[in-house]
Design a protein around this ligand. Structure first.
Ligand SMILES: CC(C)CCC[C@@H](C)[C@H]1CC[C@H]2[C@@H]3CC=C4C[C@@H](O)CC[C@]4(C)[C@H]3CC[C@]12C
Length: 979
């Protein structure tokens, strides 16, 4: 562990290493695609785009002689251009706890250009207001004045970076990343300065509140104490001050709190994470509350209008007309600042107390049905005018008194609220689990320490039992909140009469593990514990029975009947379940349990802790830089490489077998779509780690007799890193090449895989092709890291059938996280099938509730969180079976020593080995360059394709690997010595 500590506690050495690396020369062998890629960079104007998923193997280059690029550009020029590009982005400093921002910074407003949200391109004008540490925008200033912002950002919790030359400002606000352009340099400077001030102001506010709280167990929303906690009276609901970096979360322990005793324990890390997650939750609740207030107002207006109606009797058309006029007049008057009790001033120019009063009036409105129907909300709202004001921009009277259609507005609002509360609920559930874990850890620690006779109390001056008690208390409150939110959600749902039916929802929410286990039992190959959360719980299971018959018939067709016959359905997911059972048994003394496939069911050691690692320290100076110049610590890796990770896309190869057996071409497309979605099935539990970047020439084979396919992958290019792979079985061929562009935004990282996936079904002469969607890892430095995937995945085939799948980008305002919606159309574009689901939970065909389930991910081993989130399939990938040792080529990933060391839990060893391998790769490259040798991949060939997407190079399998293997030729082949 000492090695890890060293790395973790000396981020500067890493940084300087990264900088050194950045100073080195880049490979002179700039390839055609590198060039086209960099062209793309300038097109897209994004902060950072690299070709490398990870940094490690790219920081080779070093002392290479200066040569000319194909374009005749001196490499120094290319390099310095790149360096300049990276240096252009600067990141705005965070609050250090030293400065004090005494005054509320001045408000700033005006029109800026905002990059359109995906998938639209271009920039549009939006009106922005920067006030009290929060930035809000809308289409028109009037929308903001009416309290209808399109979006709002808490600057204290965001990372801001700026590019002066282009007058660009990027704000990474967790769920959304805002790209802003300012029209002139003067304005840019003004906005940047103001953003800095507001951000510091807000962070200081958060910080002082955090210092006031000090207690670990206090991340609890206590409506009563909110005002005291918020001396400045702004955004009073925030529970923690941390700025969302792992480092800044530490103050909890640094400030002499109870947690000091556990440092550097797992509990500490968990709590740090929890703190940030609760902070997020807090924001969510505030925004939900804001919505509720809006609803109350809607309802108030509604009842007000019906009151008026009932007192005045039926309204004549003339009166209606008058009222309309009145509304219009009022809207016009909004730009006036005259204070008239009937027409209060527009909120934009309203004083704090005035707007607060209006809020309170609205909240205390006796006519408001909602304030009575949700009693628990009333007290909190009374005290929350301040909070509302901050996150919900001041609401104007027009909103309260004259909504165009109160009923419609109410329904919309209610639906919106449901989305937000669902998100809160999810976070709360997660936090509850985490707190449980903390308690377990703490209890363990305390029992160990008392057993050793050394009390933690004496060591650290803190009583562990009291900490456990306070954690228990926190857990208790979290559970209570959870229940309360559940009740509210339930009530709101029934009141809002939304399409989703109550009983089903309750069932799906309440579904326990047993139930999902039962489900799993039914669906055999596609069992899932995640199903419990699915709204499509009631959907018919489609593949259930077929999976059984298919796989048995597969088994008889493949060479390894013996193995399969024994086990019921013979599919790997089946094995997964067996494996789970084995690994679920905590008593199991056997470190390596083999299943029917003969492979292990558990990794040798759990993932190492990353608690000492300050990723932020490592990355903060690299916003806008080429991440390939940053060597990432090995603890960020999972113990498999990218070639292995790509083979995971075949985990559900049964879908391809099934497609091959299906006569209806549209049905085949549905199955192919399910297969394409299944590639993402495990990513939501894998956000914490990235695969190793394969070394140039590294290979990986995966022979799955049980599934009937064999797979081979090779790293075919290093600059940029490109992995190519090919798999075949009796029923299908599958191949792809992939290179990943990485963009780092400050708090999140985006990965855009380039390349095409291909599947051929020889029986039908079908050839399917599709692209990959974008993967984004949020919350890199604190809180819960989570993965989002978004974009359109379009599958075409040679018969003119098309399938479009849209992966929704998670949004604050709805519960659409992980959602996929799509359609299969015929050659005339006519809809044939409707698809929907979640990439993390399953894909359904048809229309709910009668939709059928086409795919569901297999159950994960119970303790997967401690083992990198690996499924059984993933656990098996790096298993070096003894029978393979003499068969595999020496370049196979299973022989890669750093990966193996990490798998065994030897982090310092893995780190050292990784550096050594990277250095050796650098030397090989330089030596090759000196001798004018160009690397030629061994098993794949580069072809320039004339196919549509214009991506240029394609990598084709040379069909020579399996023969060479069968003839034991690897030994004589003089394969490159990678390790
Ligand atoms: C800083 C660190 C911890 C970030 C971790 C990033 C991880 C989660 C990212 C990096 C690259 C990503 C992969 C990029 C490409 C693909 C291929 C696609 O078909 C399935 C998803 C998959 C396999 C992504 C899964 C998530 C991924 C592995």
């Amino acid at each position: 562990m000492s090695g890890l500590r060293q790395i973790a506690t000396e981020p500067d050495s890493l940084d300087s290493k990264a900088q050194d690396a950045a100073k080195m020369e880049r490979s002179p062998r700039l390839r055609h695609h590198t060039k086209s890629h960099s062209e793309r960079i300038s097109d897209s104007e994004l902060s950072t785009e690299t070709n490398s998923l990870s940094a490690e193997s790219n920081n080779d280059n070093g002392r290479s002689p200066v040569k000319s690029t194909p374009s005749g550009l001196d490499l120094h020029q290319v390099k310095s251009k790149q360096r300049r590009r990276g240096a252009e982005w600067e990141i705005i400093d965070s609050f250090k706890g030293l400065q004090t921002v005494d005054q509320v910074p001045n408000k700033l407003e005006g029109v800026l250009l905002k990059k359109r949200k995906w998938p639209l391109k271009g920039w549009h004008k939006r009106y922005f207001i920067l006030e009290k540490g929060s930035l809000m925008y809308a289409k028109r200033s009037a929308d903001l004045a009416r309290g209808k912002p399109h979006g709002s950002v808490d600057l204290g919790l965001s990372v801001i970076s700026a590019k002066r030359r282009r007058c660009r400002i990027d704000i990474d606000a967790e769920v959304f990343i805002y790209h802003i352009k300012v029209k002139s340099r003067e304005e840019f400077a003004r906005w940047l300065e103001a953003l800095k001030e507001h951000r510091q102001f807000r962070q200081q506010q958060l910080h002082s509140r955090d210092s006031a709280q000090k207690m670990v167990a206090s991340p609890v929303l206590s409506p009563g104490s909110r005002d005291e906690m918020s001396p400045t009276g702004v955004g009073g609901l925030h529970v923690s001050s941390s700025f969302g970096t792992a480092e800044s979360l530490m103050p909890i322990s640094r400030e002499g709190s109870l947690m000091r005793s556990l440092k550097p324990s797992r509990a500490n890390m968990l709590l740090s994470e929890s703190s940030a997650a609760l902070e997020q939750l807090n924001n969510d609740i505030v925004s939900a509350q804001e919505r509720l207030i809006h609803l109350v107002k809607c309802a108030g207006a509604w009842s007000h209008s019906s009151d008026t109606q009932s007192t005045t009797g039926n309204i004549s058309p003339a009166t209606k007309k008058d009222r309309k006029k009145f509304v219009l007049r009022r809207k016009k008057n909004k730009s006036n600042t005259s204070t008239n009790s009937a027409e209060p001033p527009a909120s934009a120019s309203m004083s704090e107390s005035e707007s607060a009063n209006i809020n309170n009036v609205a909240l205390n409105d006796k006519h408001s049905p909602l304030s009575c129907s949700i009693p628990s909300l009333s007290p909190s709202m009374n005290g929350s005018s301040v909070a509302t004001e901050m996150l919900a921009p001041p609401t104007s009277e027009s909103n309260m008194l004259s909504p165009a259609d109160p009923g419609h507005d109410f329904l919309n609002g209610a639906q919106d609220l449901i989305g937000r509360l669902t998100t809160c609920l999810r976070t709360l559930n997660h936090e509850r689990e985490r707190l449980k874990l903390v308690i377990e850890t703490a209890t363990e620690t305390s029992s160990i320490s008392s057993r050793n006779g050394a009390t933690l109390q004496r060591d650290a001056g803190v009583a562990v039992p009291s900490m456990v008690a306070s954690l228990r208390c926190a857990l208790h409150v979290a559970i209570q909140q959870n229940n309360e939110l559940r009740a509210r959600l339930q009530k709101i749902r029934s009141e809002a009469e939304v399409a989703i039916e109550g009983p089903n929802l309750t069932m799906s929410l309440e579904l326990d593990l047993n139930a999902s286990a039962r489900l799993g039992h039914h669906s055999l190959s596609y069992s899932s514990s995640c199903v419990s959360q699915s709204e499509f719980f009631d959907a018919k299971e489609y593949l259930t029975d077929v999976a059984v018959s298919d796989s048995s018939s597969d088994a008889s067709e493949t060479e390894m009947e013996g193995e399969n016959e024994a086990e019921e359905e013979g599919s790997v997911s089946e094995a997964s379940e067996m494996g789970n059972e084995a690994s679920n048994d905590p008593e199991s003394p056997e470190p390596v349990v083999k299943c029917t496939t003969g492979r292990r069911t558990k990794l040798p050691t759990p993932k190492p802790s990353t608690e000492d690692l300050s990723l932020w320290n490592l990355m903060k100076r690299n916003i806008g830089k080429d991440l390939s110049k940053v060597s990432m610590p090995v603890v960020l890796n999972e113990p498999i490489g990218m070639l292995q990770r790509l083979s995971e896309e075949l985990e559900y190869s049964e879908l391809l077998d099934k497609a091959s057996e299906t006569e209806d071409p549209y049905e085949r497309m549905v199955l192919i779509a399910a297969f394409a979605v299944s590639a993402y099935g495990s990513s939501h539990v894998r956000a914490g780690h990235k695969p190793f970047n394969p070394l140039l020439g590294e290979t990986y084979e995966c022979v799955r007799e049980d599934k009937g396919f064999k797979y081979i992958g090779e790293q075919v290019s290093h600059h940029p890193p490109i992995s190519a792979c090919y798999a075949s079985s009796d029923n299908f061929e599958f191949w792809q090449d992939i290179r990943i562009k990485t963009k780092f935004w400050g708090k999140s990282m985006e990965f855009q895989p380039l390349g095409t996936v291909n599947v051929r079904l020889p029986k039908h002469e079908d050839h399917y092709r599709w692209n990959k969607v974008t993967t984004c890892v949020h919350n890199l430095f604190g809180g819960q890291r989570w993965v989002d995937q978004y974009g359109d995945l379009i599958i075409t085939n040679n018969k003119g059938i098309r399938c479009k799948l849209n992966f929704a980008k998670a949004s604050y305002w709805s519960s659409n996280r992980y959602e996929v919606v799509g359609s299969v159309t015929d050659p005339n574009g006519k809809l044939v099938h409707h698809l929907f689901g979640k990439w993390s939970e399953g894909l359904y065909c048809g229309v709910a509730p009668s939709a059928r389930c086409v795919w569901r991910p297999g159950a994960l081993p119970e303790d997967h969180e401690h083992y990198y989130g690996f499924s059984r399939f993933a656990i098996e990938l790096n298993d070096l079976e003894s029978c393979l040792v003499d068969i595999l080529p020496s370049t196979d990933s299973r022989f890669r020593p750093d990966q193996r060391l990490l798998e065994e839990g030897n982090v310092p060893g893995a780190e050292a080995s990784k550096l050594q391998l990277e250095q050796a790769q650098r030397e090989r490259r330089i030596a090759n360059e000196e001798r004018g040798i160009k690397h030629e991949p061994r098993w794949f060939r580069c072809t320039t394709s004339d196919l549509d997407d214009g991506e240029g190079e394609k990598w084709e399998f040379a069909h020579n690997y399996w023969d060479a293997r069968a003839q034991s030729k690897f030994r004589d082949m003089n394969l490159v010595r990678l390790w």
